[in-house]
Write a protein that binds this ligand. Structure first.
Ligand SMILES: C[S@@+](CC[C@H](N)C(=O)[O-])C[C@H]1O[C@@H](n2cnc3c(N)ncnc32)[C@H](O)[C@@H]1O
Length: 377
C-alpha cells in the first residue's frame, strides 16, 4: 500500500518574468487560471486515499494566482488534515517577484519550503530583477522561513560554478543547481547551452572542492545528491504511482511538466479517486512508451546501475523530441560517470581510514559504508 502522494498544482501558466531559457516555452501564453475550489477537490481526493500528502505549487508563476487563492487552499488543507488524519508538506516554486510579506507569512505558517529561482551573481544572463529577488530571499530568511534557491546555470555562467557556490555560501543561502537543458525556449536558442565536456570538467572540479570544504555552512542540494550516488543503487526512485499534477485547465496529468499534457487522466470531481488515474488506459499508454524508450536508450549505458532510466523518464515529461532526449540522457550519463569516479576515490580513502580531509557532510554520507568496510576487514 502506497501511503505517500506528491501533488503538483499549477494555478496558472502565465508568468511575470521573461526567462530566456524557460522549458514551458510558448505555453506561458496560456491565460487559464485554476479555481481554488478545483485545487481543493484534488487535495481532498488525495486525502481519501493517502496519509502523507506533499503539495508543490508550480507553474507558470504560482504567485499570479493571488494570495486569496493560497489562503483558501491552506485553510482547506487544515480542515482535511483534521478530517482524514493526513500529514501535509508544501513546496512553493516561484521567481519571487510577487512574494510579498503576507504571502511569505502564509507560506511559513503552513511549513512550506519556498524554492526561489535566482542565479546569484549571474542572474541577469537568463532573467531580470535580480536585486528585487535577492531582497525577497533575505526577507523570507529574516522571517525564519525555509528557502532554497534554484540556480540555473547556462553558457555564460557555468564556468563560474565554484564562484557561484562560494557566493551562496558566503551569504548562507541553501541552493540547488539546475543545469540548463534544451527544452522550450532553450531548445530554440541553443547558444544558451553549455559545452558538455567543459561542463563535466567544471562540475567535477567544483565537486572535488566542495567535498573537502570545511567552511561550507549551507545545503548545496545538488552536491549532497551527488554524494549519495552509488554505482549499484538507483539514485532516485521512479515517480510512477507516486506523483500526479493538476494543471490550470482543471485537468489531471501524470507529472506536471510540459510534455505530459498528451496523457490527460481526468478531472477532480466530488468522488474522484487518484488511484483511478494510475490504473487508467492513458497512464498505461504512457508507461508503455517509457518502457519502449528505456529498452532503446538504456541498454549498454554505463550509467544504468545508478540511473536505471529515471533521467530518461523525467526528460520525456519535458520533451518528446528524440535528439533532445539523447542530449539530456548523454549529459546525465557523463555526470554520473564523473561523480561516481570521485565517490570511488572517497570510498577508497574511507577504507584506508583517511577521512580527515573531508567535510562533515561527506563524513556523514560515507560513514555507513565505512562501518560496513570495517566488518569485512
Ligand atoms: C519553469 S520555472 C516555474 C516556476 C516559477 N515561475 C519560477 O520561476 O521558479 C521553475 C524552474 O525551472 C527552471 N528552468 C526553466 N527552464 C529550464 C531549462 N530549459 N533548463 C533548466 N532549468 C530550467 C527555471 O530556471 C526555474 O528555476
Amino acid at each position: 500500500m502506497v501511503h505517500e502522494i506528491a501533488l503538483t498544482i499549477k494555478p496558472t501558466m502565465k508568468c511575470n518574468m521573461r526567462c530566456k531559457h524557460c522549458f514551458n516555452g510558448d505555453d506561458l501564453k496560456g491565460d487559464k487560471m485554476l479555481g481554488a475550489g478545483t485545487a481543493c477537490q484534488f487535495i481532498e481526493a488525495a486525502c481519501r486515499e493517502y496519509s502523507d500528502v506533499k503539495v508543490t505549487f508550480h507553474g507558470g508563476e504560482p504567485t499570479l494566482a493571488g494570495n486569496a487563492f493560497y489562503r483558501e487552499v491552506f485553510a482547506f488543507q487544515k480542515q482535511m488534515a483534521g478530517r482524514y488524519q493526513v500529514k501535509f508538506s508544501n513546496n512553493f516554486t516561484t521567481n519571487g517577484l510577487l512574494l510579498d510579506d503576507e504571502l511569505i507569512d502564509l507560506l511559513i505558517a503552513n511549513h512550506t519550503l519556498i524554492n526561489i529561482s535566482f542565479d546569484g551573481p549571474y542572474h541577469d544572463c537568463l532573467r531580470q530583477h535580480g536585486e528585487r529577488v535577492y531582497e525577497r530571499i533575505g526577507r523570507v530568511k529574516e522571517k525564519g522561513g525555509s528557502v532554497r534557491v534554484f540556480c540555473t546555470i547556462s553558457r555564460e555562467s557555468y564556468e563560474h560554478l565554484l564562484e557561484i557556490y562560494q557566493w551562496f555560501n558566503e551569504r548562507g543561502i541553501d541552493f540547488k543547481v539546475l543545469p540548463i537543458e534544451p527544452r522550450g525556449y532553450a531548445a530554440v536558442d541553443r547558444k544558451l547551452l553549455m559545452d558538455t565536456d567543459r561542463f563535466i570538467r567544471v562540475l567535477a572540479d567544483t565537486y572535488r572542492y566542495w567535498i573537502r570544504d570545511q567552511s561550507c555552512r549551507i545545503r548545496f542540494y545538488t552536491f549532497e545528491e551527488f554524494a549519495s550516488l552509488r554505482r549499484d543503487a538507483q539514485f532516485k526512485p521512479f515517480w510512477f504511482h507516486r506523483e500526479i499534477a493538476l494543471n490550470p485547465d482543471g485537468k489531471i496529468y501524470p507529472f506536471g511538466r510540459p510534455n505530459d499534457v498528451q496523457f490527460c487522466l481526468g478531472e477532480p470531481t466530488d468522488n474522484f479517486r487518484i488511484s483511478s488515474c494510475f490504473s487508467s488506459d492513458e497512464y498505461k499508454r504512457m508507461l508503455g512508451i517509457l518502457r519502449r524508450l528505456r529498452e532503446e536508450y538504456c541498454i549498454g549505458c554505463d550509467s544504468s546501475g545508478a540511473c536505471n532510466g529515471v533521467c530518461l523518464c523525467m526528460s520525456y515529461m519535458y520533451v518528446q523530441d528524440d535528439a533532445l532526449l539523447r542530449y539530456s540522457c548523454k549529459q546525465s550519463a557523463r555526470i554520473f560517470q564523473a561523480i561516481l569516479e570521485i565517490n570511488d576515490e572517497i570510498m577508497d580513502d574511507f577504507r584506508r581510514g583517511e577521512t580527515e580531509k573531508y567535510s562533515a557532510v561527506i563524513k556523514s554520507k560515507f560513514v555507513e559504508n565505512d562501518q560496513i568496510f570495517q566488518l569485512f576487514l
